[in-house]
Design a protein around this ligand. Structure first.
Ligand code: FES
Length: 372
């Protein structure tokens, strides 16, 4: 048996609670409640084991990780374990004092999300008053001298504002602007009809990015292509069980954040097993590792070493079988199943992505109650 290389990155989903209600969120539709989140000591042990296993960096994510009052403690534990820590945040709840505490604990970088360059549109997508908090957070991150990434998830509601979004990132002093077309998992899959771009939107946005790249060397502009529209499968997670692992708020360990949707995966939990065993030996992490699980045409395709067969969760969502070739690929027998346009009746209403999601998300986080 080939030795399994250690993972590079750990996505630590500290909580699924969030002050925003973005319709493109890839959190699972069945959000994990606050009462079953791992405690501070349990997270510290996860980071310790991750360091031992060879993990280099951890993304402290959510939901909104700032809702964890013990966040400085968690950052310190990850730092002590030798992990490079990046906070992935909406910016809501970030104060000068809070950030100073996190930097003192060992925080090395921040990725801030923004939904639109225009405040009213941004707040309509986010489903909450948040733009001023984000602007303030950007200033604090800059003043602290931390590496600063701005993340924008792109969809029908903001693809036409890419020009303004890049200008906003430049004005806010971002080192890196990630323009990521929506990946349809979790809430985003549920809201797909409202999120799918109109014809021409993606191409116009891509041309805008190329134009800015020709004008500026900095900030770095990252364009994450929409695999459903390009006819090519994305190398999801850099390959299943290959470079990264996700720990959900309750300690479930997953090869990707959406993998809990796959039937029969039986994902392990850090409360029952050591991370090293989970990574190397668990059924969940070996299910689609390497190439032996692949079917034709992936099995004989030259791209299998670069796209790793595409996305298993998408293959399952669109075809009902996670072993099938990812329908995003134009060679896949099920490519015709790719939803290229808004098709459902929901798309004929005037709803926004946030509105389609908001009520359901609120219900999910009402139990157990609110604040940490
Ligand atoms: Fe799970 Fe792509 S999101 S494999």
């Amino acid at each position: 048996m080939t030795a399994v290389e250690p993972p590079w990155a750990l996505l630590a989903e500290l909580t699924h609670a969030c002050p925003l209600r973005c319709g493109y969120c890839s959190n699972p539709v069945r959000l994990i409640g606050r009462s079953v989140e791992l405690g501070s000591g349990e997270w510290a042990e996860v980071f310790r084991q991750a360091g031992e296993l060879g993990v280099v960096q951890t993304h402290l994510s959510g939901g909104e990780p700032l809702l964890r009052r013990d966040l400085p403690e968690l950052v310190a534990a990850a730092d002590t374990a030798g992990l490079h820590t990046q906070l992935v945040t909406s910016g809501v709840g970030l104060t000068e004092r809070r950030l100073a505490g996190l930097v003192g604990a060992g925080l090395r970088g921040v990725q801030l999300s923004v939904q639109h360059a225009e405040p009213t549109a941004a707040e309509r997508i986010a489903g909450a008053h948040s733009f001023a908090a984000k602007e303030r957070a950007a200033g604090l991150i800059r003043a602290a001298g931390l590496p600063f990434g701005l993340n924008v998830v792109l969809h029908r509601g903001n693809l036409d504002a890419v020009e303004e979004l890049i200008a906003l990132g430049v004005a806010w002093g971002a080192d890196r602007i990630e323009l990521a077309n929506t990946q349809y998992h979790g809430w985003a899959a549920r809201n797909r009809a409202a999120l799918l771009p109109e014809p021409g939107q993606v191409e116009r946005a891509r041309e805008t990015v190329l134009r800015w790249r020709r004008r500026l060397d900095e900030p770095e502009l990252v364009w994450v292509a929409p695999d459903l529209l390009t006819g090519t499968a994305k190398p999801c997670m850099g390959g299943w069980g290959r470079i990264s692992l996700t720990v959900a708020p309750d300690g479930t360990v997953l090869p990707c954040p959406a993998a809990a949707t796959l039937p029969g995966l039986d994902p392990p939990n850090v409360k029952d097993r050591r991370l090293a065993w989970i990574w190397r030996e668990s059924t969940a992490f070996n299910a689609y590792r390497g190439e032996s699980w692949m079917r034709e045409p992936c099995r004989g395709c030259a791209l299998r070493t670069t796209d790793f067969g595409g996305c298993r969760c998408q293959a399952y969502a669109l075809t009902g079988d996670a072993r099938n070739p990812d329908p995003a690929c134009h060679h896949a027998p099920d490519h015709h199943l790719v939803p290229l346009r808004r098709t459902s009746t929901a798309a004929t209403h005037r709803e926004t992505p946030a509105e389609t999601r908001r009520e359901a998300r609120r219900e999910a986080l009402m139990e157990p109650p609110g604040e940490p």
